[in-house]
Design a protein around this ligand. Sequence first.
Ligand SMILES: NC(=O)c1ccc[n+]([C@@H]2O[C@H](COP(=O)([O-])OP(=O)(O)OC[C@H]3O[C@@H](n4cnc5c(N)ncnc54)[C@H](OP(=O)(O)O)[C@@H]3O)[C@@H](O)[C@H]2O)c1
Length: 288
Amino acid sequence: MQEFSPIIAGTMTWGQWGKNLDTKAMASRIDACVALGITTFDHADIYGGYTTEAEFGDAFTASGAKRESVQFISKCGIQYPCDARPLAVKHYDYSPKHLKNSVAQSLKNLHTDYLDLLLLHRPSPLMDYALVVETLEDLVQEGSILAWGVSNFTPSQLQLLKAYQKPQWNQIECSVTHTSPLLDGTLDTHQQLQIGTMAWSPLGSYFKNSDEITQRLTACMTPLLEKYHCDASQLLLAWLRKHPAGILPVVGTTTPERLKDAMAATKIDLSLEDWFTLTEASWGHRFP
Ligand SMILES: NC(=O)c1ccc[n+]([C@@H]2O[C@H](COP(=O)([O-])OP(=O)(O)OC[C@H]3O[C@@H](n4cnc5c(N)ncnc54)[C@H](OP(=O)(O)O)[C@@H]3O)[C@@H](O)[C@H]2O)c1
């Protein structure tokens, strides 16, 4: 299986979908990540309305990072209506032509001749699994991608895909406030089939909402912050990393200090009791 850093830097909000970092600011984030050991960068063709990959590519050239010292993940398959693509409707396209064109464009944008990992961004009801696997294996053979995986696939979709070829990774939404993958068979299937797990939005809704879940978590975390000498974001990452599926968090922060905190969180070994306490605080009820 391809190796990635224990914390992955998600680039979704580096450009037009968030912080609008210019080339210099992006290059300094890239250098900061690499210095911390965050060597894997998560992209998708659609980020920033098909603009962020190319901005990142220019910034990478301006940075001090070496291509062979980092890993690029990108995703494809979503046809997203925006200025760059005035489509009538958002849809998913996993035809061989679209997959190959999309990878070629990502390579051009990122100024590289290979992706370390290509992910199918979302499962499509109309996907021809056999044809998709054949196309992905062609891309591996020609060296454009070193490996492929999926994102947001359910256990049954993983099983169906495995009948043709097992994906190396599934990138899913998972956090202490989004625990369904622990209960709906997703993480069981990952472990059974030895599919690696990446978690997007690893901090969940904690910093986005001030609802009852956040209030319960804040109350339960207060003594833990002192116990583990850390902040709330680090506890949320430590909760995720405690799971035996070996989850790699894809963090969205663009703040250098928070990237450093995320890396430091990999050293926290949350106790069994504290893990269950946090989960119960999120749920608002006890384990059976
Ligand atoms: N595969 C998929 O379908 C999919 C879907 C969505 C996302 N993703 C990937 O996952 C990545 C991460 O997603 P995400 O951005 O939702 O992840 P996240 O890491 O859970 O959330 C990041 C957000 O939390 C804020 N934050 C972090 N620490 C904080 C703190 N201590 N206090 C207050 N705010 C804090 C960040 O703000 P600052 O930037 O200001 O620090 C940022 O807005 C994306 O970049 C993308 O690569 C994949």
